[in-house]
Design a protein around this ligand. Structure first.
Ligand code: PLP
Length: 389
């Protein structure tokens, strides 16, 4: 049967996360720190906007690029937050999640064999999406010693004549790392020197803590013309199930992305687009974002302090909603740690290697879960670490 499937698709292994959760889902009393999505329901004011749109009978396709009012709202928000102006007509595209925007970007820019440098650990889809788009993923490992930020020197050392783009994601899934001012400038300098495109996945842009400031890659001098920003509503607005995201970038690249989008997707969900206008423009939605962020921050502190105090050294994550503890004090590999913890204490987390290079020795824990569950998970993990440490 395998010859019925294209070599390109057959070569990509299934996601390492799935099998873990399929098993966890069959176990009673599991506390899941696994799946990376907000535990909040979409804020009411946004949901009501979607409901009202359906009640008005707005059930048709929209423009391929997305409702113009939404594109204007996206561009206005980006200008307000990061000081970069994008033309809503030609430089803004509404997509089915950040996932589609990413796929479109890769499909639009990669010729067969073109290389994309991907600092890892990273979002599980990156490598597969590069391969589906006909490119070659060139993984490099980031490490705790540099707070999981890729350095300019690491990037420069990985570049070959085939390198076309760098794919970065800060705030980062799975480490929670954000980029500091020096590192982001190092990346920009390398991109400029080697004339590379940068795909900057900024889907967690609003979820930063501890006074960390998200600086959009697009805002760096000279970078707007070589950057494709991937953004979305899933994480910042707790809208994962609505499936809505966007891309911002230079008109020629956005044109190419629009072409692929037009032939494969037509347009993103109309209801979701109307709701997203409210997400971006209604002050009550902004208040909800800030309230969710405060809540994540409290849980972040609880989990990170707890992990450190039970003997699992955890680097201070300043963005997204993940902690990335070092589980080597348990004497186990990441895989063994995650499976044994699930079997013995019914706490689910994801082994670091699922996120690529640099993940061995770590697990990802998502703290977008109820505070009392985090407390209970920490108690269970303390027992576990004592037993195995
Ligand atoms: N990028 C990163 C880094 C993610 O963590 C995710 C989801 O987990 C996505 C993109 C995709 O998000 P969506 O397609 O829901 O917008």
């Amino acid at each position: 049967m395998s010859q019925r499937i294209s070599r390109r698709v057959a070569a990509v292994p299934p996601s390492g996360i799935r099998k873990f959760f399929d098993i966890a889902a069959t176990m009673p009393d599991v506390i899941s720190l696994g799946i990376g999505e907000p535990d909040f329901v979409t804020p009411d004011v946004i949901r009501q906007a979607g409901i009202a749109s359906l009640e008005r009978g707005e059930t048709r396709y929209t423009s391929n690029s997305g409702i113009l009012e939404l594109r204007q709202a996206i561009a206005a928000k980006w200008a307000q937050l990061y000081g970069v102006a994008y033309d809503p007509e030609s430089e803004t595209l509404v997509t089915v999640g950040g996932s589609e925007a990413l796929y479109l970007a890769l499909t639009a820019i990669l010729n067969p064999g073109a290389e994309v440098i991907i600092p890892q650990p990273c979002f599980v889809s990156y490598e597969a999406e590069v391969l589906f788009a006909g490119g070659v993923a060139l993984a490099i490992a980031t490490e705790a010693a540099t707070t999981f930020q890729v350095t300019g020197a690491q990037l420069a050392a990985a570049i070959t004549p085939q390198t076309t783009a760098i794919l970065i994601n800060y705030p980062n899934n799975p480490t929670g790392a954000v980029l500091d001012r020096q590192r982001i400038r190092e990346i920009a300098a390398v991109a400029e020197k080697h004339d590379l495109l940068v795909i900057s996945d900024e889907i967690y842009d609003r979820l930063v803590y501890d006074g960390a400031d998200h600086e959009s890659f697009s805002s760096l001098p000279g970078m707007r013309e070589r950057t494709i920003v991937i953004g979305g509503f899933s994480k910042d607005y707790a809208m994962t199930g609505w499936r809505l995201g966007f891309a911002l970038g230079p008109a020629d690249i956005l044109d190419a992305m629009r072409k692929v989008h037009q032939y494969t997707i037509m347009s993103a969900s109309t209801t979701a687009q109307v709701a997203a206008i409210t997400a971006l423009t209604d002050p009550r939605a902004e208040e909800a974002v800030l309230a969710m962020r405060r809540s994540y921050d409290a849980r972040r502190k609880l989990l990170v302090e707890g992990l450190n105090s039970i003997g699992l050294p955890t680097f201070e994550p300043r963005g997204a909603f993940y902690a990335f503890p070092d589980v080597r004090p348990s004497g186990m590999t990441s895989d063994r740690f995650a499976w044994t913890l699930l079997e013995e204490e019914q706490v689910a987390c994801i082994p670091g290697p699922a996120f690529g290079l640099g993940g061995e020795g770590y697990v990802r824990m998502c703290y977008a879960t109820a505070q009392d569950k985090i407390v209970e998970a920490l108690e269970r993990m303390q027992r576990f670490v004592r037993r195995h440490g």
